[in-house]
Write a protein that binds this ligand. Structure first.
Ligand code: HDD
Length: 707
């Protein structure tokens, strides 16, 4: 190697080498070909002349310890990572606002609910639970739904999930639950999956988890988009009004775009095709001005209802059916801004269930009480000290005044002599004081009893609501639940764990238990598990629990993938685009080459995806509109055949130009059903988009699954 190749100048990027460098005012900027840019500095603000080469003795000599710029740069890089969250490590956040539709003063004196239409800034972080930070978005998992409200009376964190119940009733079991769900400790896998022995061992030994088990085996855990799922505060909380009157409340978030999930085989493929599918979807929607929206709903009830309800309202494994206590819609939340910096905001945001504002209060739910300890504790470890509340994303947007001081990274340092109270300095010099009128006051609930480690009697019905959830599902959804159990338990190697789970399912629904046993090839049917308490009764179905019964009314916010080739009919493509736009849906072109295609009228259009990088799982529906020559080309391309085969297997609506038949034939799709819609002109395009509102042609599903 010659000395020349190692010379610093040879390694200079063209932009720097070509730049006409001069100092701007105060030496802070210099002129590059692209305009004025700031001068690079060290953390001490010292301008840097060379960021390409370390300081060394001669061109081939040893590096010098004196190189403070190199050492500082490397030191900072070495410390870039902070511990990931022990659960909910993978997440995505966005900013927005909440506004009430009416004053809720009769229920609560919480400031954010007092004035109709007044906006409170929020930050929302969605997450998966079990996977590490880099795990794929479409893991079968609960989604975190954590909202920080920056109210005029401090921050309120509603740290919820997209499922209204939880696995366990008492926080003391949380470390066990999470250990069992995450990678097994000896082998370090599986990643972001509950389909393994440890998880189902724990669940099958914890009958209280049965209700949640039904929810996680439903399509709730594979949402199509974070924009299309509900959120729940889970616990029973209290609302307290200005007179001190308290009511119980459960919080619900209802997506304006309706509920929608993917099917399992789609999730498996999406994880490979786009591990950031949900993150990207949220980013794309917000960046394009299509702001997702949820309505806040309250289920409000009193002691009297709680007394009569056959379950304990302090039990986080139970819901209160909406048919029994209707959800009162009281406001909306809109997400309208992505973060500027993922680390600063999404990663450093610290939710704590104990962050609660005057007018809202806790209950004795033993899960909630335990959470109130865990969140603050975990933030200390994760963010490195007690001053994480000074980080802008965590800081309230109202003045903070107290005598807490110092600690790692203190950013907010009060002036003056006084740092304690009571003090006799008087007036402003004496610092802040409590306010009996404005301050947070705990609801004075009467409590008495012996100190015990025991659960309330009513917590012990583990099956009634699991059954209610199951019987509330449509036949398609029931099949998906059965298939999910079969899939997950097929990955469990210990036969007795499989059998133990089936023995629980017999108490939920015999047909489900037999279906799962048959799917597993279980052999002898195990006896039903012994219930801890006789089941309450056969509860009536609750239609609110079904995704398919609560889907969207239109195709708004959904995505149509259009497979095009050179020679595609330009008028047809335009008609599809117009019809999709009228629905509020997005169109993406998929083509043999990402550079695009030349249409029948000679115009060229770029593609969003090359066919082997844009599988149909990315879309809610597809249109296949090649020219004849294009169809012949696609018929020889395996990924084009996968495109249509998957769309078919995932029960999607498929619009098609006549030429597409050649591709369908080669792909083995020679028996088109009513989910295939011919596309000739504008009227067909409209009819196709109208059909897409149903999202799936579910009738097909039974035809494509034989086992
Ligand atoms: Fe939790 C994070 C939701 C039970 C302990 N939890 C965390 C996040 C969400 C939830 C959404 C992520 C927050 C973020 O985006 O930063 N957790 C729930 C719900 C639960 C629940 C809805 C049941 C109703 N959690 C729960 C229990 C405990 C914890 C019972 C412990 C006693 N959760 C934590 C934690 C985490 C957390 C260890 C990890 C990272 C963090 O807090 O900030 O403290």
């Amino acid at each position: 190697m010659s000395n020349d190749t190692l010379r610093g100048d040879a390694l200079q990027p063209a932009t720097i080498a070509d730049a006409e460098i001069h100092r701007g005012a105060g030496g802070e900027t210099h002129q590059l070909a692209g305009g004025e840019v700031p001068v690079l500095t060290t953390q001490q603000g010292i301008p840097v002349a060379d960021d390409q080469n370390t300081l060394r003795v001669g061109p081939r000599g040893p590096a010098l310890l004196e190189d403070f710029h190199f050492r500082e740069k490397m030191f900072h890089f070495d410390h870039e990572r902070i511990p990931e969250r022990v659960v909910h490590a993978r997440g995505v956040g966005a900013h927005g606002f909440f506004e009430p539709y009416e004053s809720l003063a009769e229920l609560t004196h919480a400031d954010l609910f007092q004035r109709k239409g007044e906006r409170t800034p929020v930050f929302l972080r969605f997450s998966t639970v079990a996977g590490n930070k880099g795990s794929p978005d479409l893991a079968r998992d609960v989604r975190g739904f954590a909202v920080k409200f920056y109210t005029q009376e401090g921050n309120w964190d509603l740290v919820g999930n997209n499922i209204p119940v939880f696995f366990i009733q008492d926080a003391i079991k949380f470390p066990d639950l999470i250990h069992a769900a995450k990678q097994e400790p000896d082998r370090g896998f599986p990643q972001a999956q509950t389909a393994h022995d440890n998880f189902w061992d724990f669940i099958s030994l914890s009958p209280e988890a049965m209700h949640m088990a039904l929810w996680i085996m439903s399509d709730r855990t594979i949402p199509r988009s974070l924009r299309f799922m509900e959120g729940f505060g889970v616990h029973t909380f209290r609302l307290v009004n200005a007179e001190g009157r308290a009511s119980f409340v459960k919080f619900h978030w209802k997506p304006k775009l309706g509920l929608q999930s993917v099917v399992w085989n789609e999730a498996v493929k999406l994880n490979g095709a786009d591990p950031d599918f949900h993150r990207r979807d949220l980013w794309d929607a917000i960046q394009s001005g299509d702001f997702p929206e949820w309505e806040l709903g309250l289920q409000v009830f009193d002691e009297d209802f709680a007394e009569k309800f056959p379950f304990d309202v302090l039990d986080a494994t139970k819901i209160i059916p909406e048919e029994l206590v209707p959800v009162r819609i009281v406001g909306r939340m809109v997400l309208d801004r992505m973060v500027d910096n993922f680390f600063a905001e999404t990663e450093q945001v610290a939710f704590c269930t104990q962050n609660i504002v005057p007018g809202i209060d806790f209950t004795n739910d033993p899960l909630l009480q335990g959470r109130n300890f865990s969140y603050l504790d975990t933030q200390l470890k994760r963010l490195g000290g007690p001053n994480f509340t000074h980080i802008p994303i965590n800081a309230p947007k109202v003045p903070v005044r107290n005598f807490q001081q110092d600690g790692h990274m203190a950013m907010r340092n009060p002036k003056g002599r006084v740092n304690y109270e009571p003090n006799s300095w008087g007036g402003a010099a004496g610092g802040p004081r409590e306010s009996r009128e404005r301050g947070f006051r705990t609801h004075p609930a009467q409590e008495s009893g012996a100190k015990l480690r025991i659960r309330p009697e009513l917590f012990a019905d583990h099956y009634s609501q699991a059954r209610q959830f199951y019987v509330s599902q449509t036949p398609v959804e029931r099949t998906h639940i059965k298939d999910a159990f079969v899939f997950e338990l097929s990955k469990v190697e210990t036969l007795s764990i499989r059998a133990r789970m089936v023995s629980h399912l017999r108490n939920v629904d015999e047909a489900l238990a037999w279906g799962v046993a048959e799917g597993l090839g279980l052999g002898d049917m195990p006896p039903a598990a012994e219930p801890a308490r006789p089941v309450v009764a056969d509860l009536p179905p609750s239609p609110a629990l079904s995704i398919l019964r609560n889907g969207p009314k239109d195709f708004k916010g959904r995505k149509l993938g259009v497979l095009v080739t050179d020679g595609t009919d330009a008028a047809l493509l335009q008609a599809l685009q117009a019809a999709a736009e009228a629905e509020g849906a997005l169109v993406e072109l998929v083509a043999p080459r990402v550079g695009g295609v030349t249409l029948s009228d000679g115009t060229t259009v770029p593609a969003k995806q090359k066919v082997n990088g844009g599988p149909s799982v990315l879309y809610d529906a597809v249109a296949v509109i090649p020219s004849e020559a294009g169809a012949a080309l696609l018929a020889r391309e395996a990924t084009a055949k996968d495109f249509v085969n998957d769309a078919y297997a995932h029960a999607k609506f498929i619009g098609h130009a006549p030429a597409a038949q050649a591709l369908f034939r080669k792909a083995g799709l020679d028996e088109p059903d009513a989910g295939f819609l011919p596309l000739g002109g504008a009227a067909d395009a409209k009819a196709f988009l109208a059909a897409c509102r149903q999202l799936r042609f579910w009738e097909r599903e039974a035809q494509v699954h034989a086992v």
